[in-house]
Design a protein around this ligand. Structure first.
Ligand SMILES: [Zn+2]
Length: 361
């Protein structure tokens, strides 16, 4: 049934015969499967399509509003959440409050999830939670320093509280998945880097999210780039975060402007040198990733977008200068197409893939 649903999802309105061709299933089997999907309300019959000779076929299509997905973004302050339909369209939103940590953060995300599940106008197939930190495949947050979490079995706790399936993953990982699904052809590779309070990346290799054995793939924020650099909260000096994260950019911009700088100030001509230098540092770190994995697409996201073209250009130039010329010719560094809702989109895509077996496209 997942195969039939996948085909309908990918093709848009389509006929039973077309599904049979795509899936190589027998026509009678496809008719039965589509019948089950119709019974469940996941698909609807639309009208008739163009005949290839003989009786015109009845088209079936996904019913996007037949189910809901609840998505939560714990990388935002305060936490944000949304109810999305099966095509990722956001129908409703909610926000938490403050910047909770520890037990209180668990309570807060539980409250938010409960509220959104209650507000959904159709059955909720699952809750997707994107959180900072290292998350194991079972949904336990192994560590998340910004939340003061160690070994928090978040998926299990939320499931017990809300009673619907819960999926938890790293925020940058799901963001990469969302951008890939939305923007890139199947089988492509992509590194998506989010620069905000921290710096984190998600890596999609040959069409699959690469998590790594410790679920820490893409944790480039604490690679030391300047041994004599500023102290980092992780205990080291000169981590990439201390050079590139928004806090570092604002501190440097404040010094140049002679007043406290805001994120919007990063677009001022006076801040261009700071922004370019940070882009250069990020590009130097990413050159290793691009060369090691032969990834051609780099997408940048997060509040650093306010720094604009000088930042993107510095990242792109530095990568291109530092990898083999034959590779640099193919490197494409762009801003993520999905921006504000990138993490929420990823959290809902994760639920869709896990619960219905369909890749959001
Ligand atoms: Zn660090």
């Amino acid at each position: 049934m997942r195969l039939a649903l996948q085909t309908i999802y990918r093709q848009g309105p389509t006929s039973r015969a077309e599904i049979a061709r795509e899936t190589r299933l027998a026509k009678a089997t496809v008719s039965d499967l589509v019948g089950l999907l119709l019974d469940q309300g996941l698909v609807v019959e639309l009208g008739t399509g163009v005949s290839a000779g003989g009786k015109p076929p009845t088209l079936v299509s996904l019913a996007p509003r037949s189910r809901s997905i609840v998505a939560l973004d714990m990388s935002a302050v305060p936490f944000t959440g949304a109810i999305a339909d099966l095509q990722g369209e956001i129908e409703d939103r909610a926000e938490g409050s403050g910047q909770p940590m520890g037990e209180e953060a668990v309570e807060e995300v539980g409250r938010l999830a409960e509220r959104l599940v209650g507000q959904a106008t159709s059955d909720v197939i699952g809750v997707g939670v994107a959180t900072p930190g290292l998350v194991d495949p079972g949904g336990t947050v192994r560590s998340a320093a910004h939340l003061d979490w160690d070994e928090v079995p978040l998926a299990r706790l939320l499931r017990a509280r809300i009673g619907v399936p819960v999926h938890v993953a790293n925020d940058s990982h799901v963001a990469a998945l969302a951008e890939y699904s939305h923007e890139f052809p199947e089988g492509e590779s992509l590194v998506l880097v989010r620069v905000g309070e921290g710096v984190g990346a998600g890596i999609v290799l040959d069409g699959r999210l690469y998590r790594g054995p410790g679920s820490g793939a893409g944790e480039i924020g604490h690679v030391v780039v300047d041994e004599d650099g500023l102290p980092c909260w992780c205990g080291r000096n000169g981590c990439l975060e201390t050079v590139v994260a928004i806090g570092a950019l604002l501190a440097n911009a404040s010094a140049v402007l002679g007043r406290p700088a805001s994120v919007d100030d990063l677009a001022l001509p006076a801040a261009e040198g700071i922004v370019s230098a940070a882009g250069h540092s990020l590009g130097a770190a990413l050159a290793h990733v691009v060369a090691t994995l032969d990834v051609r697409h780099v997408a940048l996201a997060g509040p650093v977008r306010a720094a604009g073209e000088p930042f993107r250009a510095a990242v792109a130039e530095t990568i291109k200068e530092r990898v083999l010329p034959t590779m640099s010719a193919h490197v494409d560094v762009r801003w993520a197409a999905l921006d504000a809702d990138l993490v929420l989109a990823g959290a809902s895509a994760m639920v869709l893939a896990a619960e219905l077996g369909v890749v959001w496209r």
